[in-house]
Write a protein that binds this ligand. Structure first.
Ligand SMILES: *Cc1c(COP(=O)(O)O)cnc(C)c1O
Length: 391
């Protein structure tokens, strides 16, 4: 039968399949700012779902800095960086980020998704090869697929397989890519060993520290500082919308790498520069990240308390020492039900299901923030223990 509505039938079918598999996604709608207590449809909830690990998303000093930035630079950047959108606010932030991370240069991107796309596509093409941990963030996988490089994935943390793949490769340029802190498991990549393999086989090492920057290492300098490694071979990417509490991302690396990105990274070149007021606010955020060590100390205390509080549960936390604490439930429907039951009791914890995580590994992804207090963790623990007994 001819249809005047395009292919809506097949979209409906695809949506129904997703729903039948308990994989349908729905957005929450907050009517408050991002904080430990959020409001949804006028109801208050204690939230364990944000990546605002240091509780900065709503910090008065950052709000003031955004206002000051707007007065000084206006709202929109008005053009891409290579035309006339690059301002002193962006430039100063790049210099500050390079100093902070200990790299010669840094380059700002609008988002982490775009930074990953930009680096991978600028450095790897048809004759090159990319080697990636299976649990890397989706943005890294998308970038690798678009780059047209040979794309090899190794099982999570399996460096034996990675070495075999590197040894067998005849590619011109080799790029090993890993999350530094894995976004759904919360574990830390063995970056020291990854770097040794990259040195042995002449490969670049790209690390995505979206969840380590601001959280790990002295003054929050990130996973590489935490592990004490440094190398001109490393291309470091971190985001500014998580622990830093604002928006954006950056890549820190050798000057040749940064210049290559300015010349060739399509997601840098063909897009409007982010509002300079954000870069202005990020200078303040970087100050807070660096100077307020108490936020990281508090996070560690909260992590320890959470592990203790959830010890008696039948569901187990994955081994993670970061603020990402996944509670493995297994079944998609069960994970969803548990998240719903928590919500009925005034607590928000997202259920994470395939394809974001492997089949059979559905989970509650509990994320902690230094905005939380010990009582909040105790309350989450008490409610989960009650649900465990009841189910
Ligand atoms: C969030 C995230 C990104 C994307 O960063 P955005 O700035 O949100 O686009 C990239 N990589 C990892 C590991 C992430 O968790």
């Amino acid at each position: 039968m001819p249809s005047d509505s395009g292919d809506l039938g097949s979209l409906r079918e695809q949506l129904r399949d997703r729903e039948a598999g308990k994989l349908y996604r729905q957005r929450l709608m907050l009517d408050s700012s991002q904080a430990k207590q959020v409001s949804l449809a006028g109801q208050e909830y204690l939230a364990f779902c944000s990546n605002d690990y240091l509780g900065l998303a709503n910090h008065p000093a950052l709000i003031a800095a955004v206002c000051e930035g707007a007065l000084r630079y206006g709202v929109g950047a008005g053009a891409s960086h290579l035309i006339s959108g690059h301002s002193t606010a962006h430039h100063e932030l790049e210099e500050a980020l390079a100093r902070f991370t200990g790299y010669p240069r840094a380059l700002l991107f609008s988002t982490g998704y775009m930074a990953n796309a930009g680096v991978v596509m600028a450095l790897a093409g048809r004759h090159d090869a990319i080697f990636a941990d299976k649990l890397n963030h989706a943005s890294l996988n998308d970038a690798a697929l678009v780059s047209r490089a040979t794309f090899k994935r190794y099982p999570h943390l399996d460096l034996t397989t990675l070495e075999r793949q590197l040894a067998a490769s005849r590619a011109k340029r080799k790029l090993v890519i890993s999350d530094a802190v894995f976004s759904m498991d919360g574990d830390i990549a063995p970056a020291t060993n990854l770097l040794a393999l990259c040195e042995k086989y002449g490969a670049w090492l790209m690390l995505d520290d979206a969840h380590g920057f601001g959280v790990l290492g002295a003054q929050g300098r990130g996973t590489l500082a935490h592990l004490g490694i440094k190398s001109p071979r490393i291309i470091y990417m971190a985001t500014l919308g998580k622990a830093a509490g604002v928006f954006g991302a950056f890549v820190a690396a050798q000057p040749e790498v940064i210049e290559t990105l300015i010349q060739h990274a399509r997601s840098y070149i063909y897009t409007t520069a982010s509002p300079p007021l954000l870069a202005h606010a990020l200078m303040k955020s970087l100050d807070l990240v660096e100077s307020e060590e108490w936020r990281r100390k508090k996070l560690i205390q909260l992590i320890v308390a959470l592990k203790q509080a959830l010890q008696p549960l039948r569901w187990k936390l994955m081994p993670s020492d970061t603020p990402i604490q996944p509670l493995i439930v297994g079944d998609n429907d069960k994970a969803l039900q548990l998240s719903e039951s928590l919500r009925e009791r005034g607590i928000l914890v997202p259920a994470i299901r395939p394809p974001t995580v492997p089949q059979g590994a559905s989970r509650l992804r509990i994320s902690l923030s230094s905005a939380h207090d010990m009582e909040d963790v105790a309350r989450l623990g008490a409610v989960l223990r009650e649900l465990d007994v009841a189910s």
